[in-house]
Write a protein of this length. Structure first.
Length: 341
């Protein structure tokens, strides 16, 4: 899936770039980003349908209501059963379930519907992602109250997601020679990078020479979303996933995959990514301390000689994780008896 996604993406880069060049004048500046992705900082956009729940509820079971969560896939990874991101769930927390006439089991729903990603077509147009709604129905506030009571209902979502990033790098037949090839590419500089729509991005890529056959590539991973991210792990209950707590050992962890677009042309050594990938890539799980940006340093070496004096090549980066967000909804409980006076 990793290679398939980026193969389609490379085709879109070529076509998008052709459209971009055709529409630009020579006086416009390049923004150091690779086109082709829709981009954005959101995976699934979460919302609460207006009036569900209402702002004011009556006590003593007099006012049945629903909590309805809307979910729209604004990002560029498919989510749901049968995809590479199978987990998709919603839950209600922050309240005493018995007071609202339902159980902890009824407060969690696994969503067995695929949410296809947003997509950029080859002509540059965009196709929006899928939308769904999650209903928690037939809730009532059962106790009697003698005065207004303010409560907060928290609606949470948790889902598997992936981020894709693509960057260019410069390679030369002799890293330290070929000064006249700077018009083709320069090794010691920041590199253009493109990111798929998602809450984790590669925000910067830098390249520098190491020896005649090897360059250093440093890329920076940053959380740009509103929620929290977690390493994917097995679970026995949906109540155990995406727990927003520093005590959660999976929080602020992400699995990273780095691969040159050409198989078996380079060897990649990244001290933070200790698992090798077929074709010359590397992967591993990293931690962003308190969610702060993280630099990952790699050395990239040619595994076979080249007669090409200087050329640009492409490196693909994928991040795989679990993502959680919540919305807190203030409500007021009023006495039915008081309301009827």
């Amino acid at each position: 899936m990793f290679k398939k996604f980026f193969s389609l993406f490379l085709i879109s880069i070529i076509l998008f770039s052709a459209l971009f060049i055709a529409g630009c004048s020579s006086g416009e500046s390049w923004n150091n980003e690779i086109g082709g992705f829709i981009g954005g900082t959101t995976g699934l956009r979460m919302g609460i349908v207006e009036g569900a729940p209402p702002n004011i509820l009556l006590d003593a079971g007099a006012n049945p209501f629903s909590v309805i969560i809307s979910l729209e896939n604004l990002g560029e990874a498919d989510v749901g059963p049968g995809t590479d991101n199978p987990l998709l769930m919603a839950r209600i927390t922050g309240i005493d379930y018995t007071n609202f006439g339902f159980t902890s089991g009824q407060a969690i729903q696994s969503i067995n519907q695929n949410l296809d990603s947003a997509k950029r077509n080859y002509d540059g147009s965009e196709m929006p992602g899928a939308i769904t709604y999650v209903n928690f129905d037939n809730l009532v506030y059962k106790p009697d109250v003698s005065t207004d009571v303010s409560l907060v209902i928290r609606a949470e979502i948790c889902y598997d997601y992936e981020s894709y990033a693509t960057a260019t790098f410069c390679m030369k037949s002799n890293i330290f020679n070929s000064w006249d090839d700077n018009s083709i590419c320069t090794i010691r500089e920041s590199k253009p990078v493109g990111n798929s729509g998602s809450p984790l991005h590669v925000t910067r890529v830098e390249e520098a020479p190491i020896n005649n056959n090897t360059v250093q590539i440093i890329f920076y991973i940053e959380h740009v979303g509103r929620g929290a991210f977690f390493q994917r792990s097995s679970y026995s209950s949906l109540s155990d996933v995406c727990l927003f707590s520093d005590a959660n050992t999976n929080i602020n962890k992400v699995e990273v995959f780095v691969e040159p677009v050409q198989d078996n042309s380079y060897s990649l050594d990244c001290p933070r990514l200790r698992t090798g990938l077929a074709g010359g890539g590397a992967s591993g799980v990293v931690t962003l301390i308190r969610g702060a940006p993280l630099a990952i340093t790699c050395s990239l070496s040619r595994t076979r000689p080249t007669s090409i004096q200087a050329y640009k090549d492409i490196i693909n980066i994928k991040m795989r994780y679990r993502y959680g967000e919540y919305i807190e909804i203030p409500i007021t409980i009023q006495s039915e008896l008081f309301d009827n006076i």
